[in-house]
Design a binder for this molecule. Structure first.
Ligand code: GLU
Length: 453
């Protein structure tokens, strides 16, 4: 099989949310795993609602997730292609002009619903005589255009949903072009998918009926339809759908709150599948877990609270090599041993910088006189330098604690809490014995004497 060509095709009309990330990741990671191409196609033919700031945000979001596209296309730059296909289909009678106003269509839809009929467009425009059509045009009425469905059974083998069958007689002929000449996505999408050689259309199940109509469009343009994979949609915890326009769970907001992109990616891909939602250490690892057949068929609730635990678990297991470039940007040194000393305690990556400052910059802990006495006993029991992980291996640490216990009669929290406050100024944090080599003996001794160094 040739390598797949896939596309993620958002309209730049809002910020991408986690549900959009699911679609983008399923496409990008499938392409990555199979050595294929991942195209970002911006469906920006709706000029009134498309905005450049959203185009920029989509690029940033995909980069943050680690899935920059191999190729970027904009529908607004491809209208010549659409014109040509449109003319051809119109000449063949597969596209026809209609003259109803929105109000007329709405009125008919309501009448059909009241009569318990499906609200399918009645093709009244096809019954117009040439004279009637000419009259409407002479009155200055501009037509909009529909694609004429064959009203037949369309079936395909969906990678997620298995055998799908939809009778296009149950659908309205899709509008291909508005009266103002602007394009609607369904036909232009097919024209692009053919021209770009798209092999797999991976998108939400809200497009299931579109796919039946689009399969007819592929056929009308002489092309074999690609494979389809309609994944389930993610909802908010209350069950409501996510909306790009309402700004639900935007990737930008998740990024700003310091969540790990790998945690967001693994949740976006694995929620609502038969697999466990668990942290991954690379996008390749996540790609290997993608199995279209194991994606559930109904909507899946997405709880943003899960991202906290997933972020922590991602950080706790993150290899130094993955962390190193980001540590450098934060000005955190100490190499792999510092990272290994602190990672198990992080709930956000940036907290590594806090612990680096605790080790290297003055702190101002507040100690009671009684606690200071305990700390002074600890200072007297400190082993000589050099200090490293070997000096502070568990047996030596236990001996140090034993000595303080003996001198003060304290143990447990009564002993450790004053030490932690004196040495870090924080109530909680990484294991002290792992931090000590980075604080160093001089500073440790001074802090235990109550000095603000
Ligand atoms: N612009 C469409 C959407 O965002 C694209 C759907 C698709 O074909 O993937 O719903």
């Amino acid at each position: 099989m040739p390598p797949p060509i896939v596309r993620f095709a958002p309209s730049p009309t809002g910020l991408l949310h986690v549900g959009n990330a699911r679609t983008a990741l399923l496409n990008a990671l499938y392409a990555r795993r199979e050595g294929g191409t991942f195209i970002l196609r911006l469906d920006d033919t709706d000029r009134a609602r498309s905005e450049e700031r959203f185009v920029a945000a989509i690029g940033e979001d995909l980069a943050w997730l680690g899935i920059p596209p191999d190729r970027v296309e904009r529908q607004s730059a491809r209208t010549a292609l659409y014109d040509a296909a449109f003319d051809r289909l119109r000449a063949e009678g597969r596209i026809y002009a209609c003259f109803e106003t929105e109000e007329e269509l709405e009125f008919r839809r309501r009448r059909q619903l009241a009569a318990h009929q499906p609200p399918v467009y009645d093709r009244a425009a096809l019954k117009l005589t040439d004279a009637e059509r000419a009259k409407l045009e002479a009155e200055g009425k501009k037509p909009y255009f529909r694609f004429k469905l064959e009203r037949k059974k369309i079936a395909w083998d969906d990678l997620v949903r298995g055998h799908v069958e939809i009778d296009t007689a149950s659908l309205s002929d899709p509008v291909a072009r508005r009266a103002d000449g602007t394009w609607l996505y369904s036909l232009t999408s097919v024209i692009d998918d053919i021209e770009m050689g798209v092999t797999h259309i991976i998108r939400g199940e809200d497009h299931l009926t579109n796919s039946a109509a689009q399969i007819e469009m592929f056929e009308s343009l002489g092309a074999k339809p690609p494979r389809f994979a309609h994944h389930n949609l993610l909802t908010l915890p209350g069950g409501e759908g996510m909306s790009k326009r309402l700004g639900h769970l935007s990737l930008q907001a998740l990024r700003a709150s310091g969540l790990e992109p790998l945690a967001v990616a693994s949740a976006a891909v694995l929620v609502g599948t038969a697999g466990a939602v668990e942290p991954v250490q690379s996008l390749d690892a996540l790609a290997s877990k993608i199995d279209f057949a194991r994606i559930s068929h109904g909507p899946a609730r997405f709880d943003p609270a899960d991202l906290e635990a997933l972020t922590a678990r991602t950080l706790h297991a993150m290899a130094y090599d993955s962390a190193a470039p980001r540590l450098e940007k934060l000005g955190v040194g100490g190499g792999s041993s510092f990272w290994e000393a602190v990672r198990g305690n992080l709930s956000r990556f940036a907290e590594a910088a806090l612990w680096w400052r605790v080790a290297n910059e003055a702190i101002s802990p507040v100690l009671s006189p009684a606690d200071l006495e305990i700390c002074k006993s600890a200072a007297a029991a400190l082993p000589p330098e050099p200090w490293n992980e070997v000096t502070w291996e568990k047996a030596n640490w236990d001996a140090f604690v034993e000595a303080i216990k003996k001198a003060t009669g304290k143990s447990g929290r009564a002993l450790f809490h004053p030490l932690r406050i004196a040495l870090t100024g924080e109530e909680r944090g990484p294991e002290l014995r792992a931090l000590l080599p980075f604080i160093g003996r001089t500073r440790t001794a001074a802090r235990l004497q109550g000095k603000k160094v």
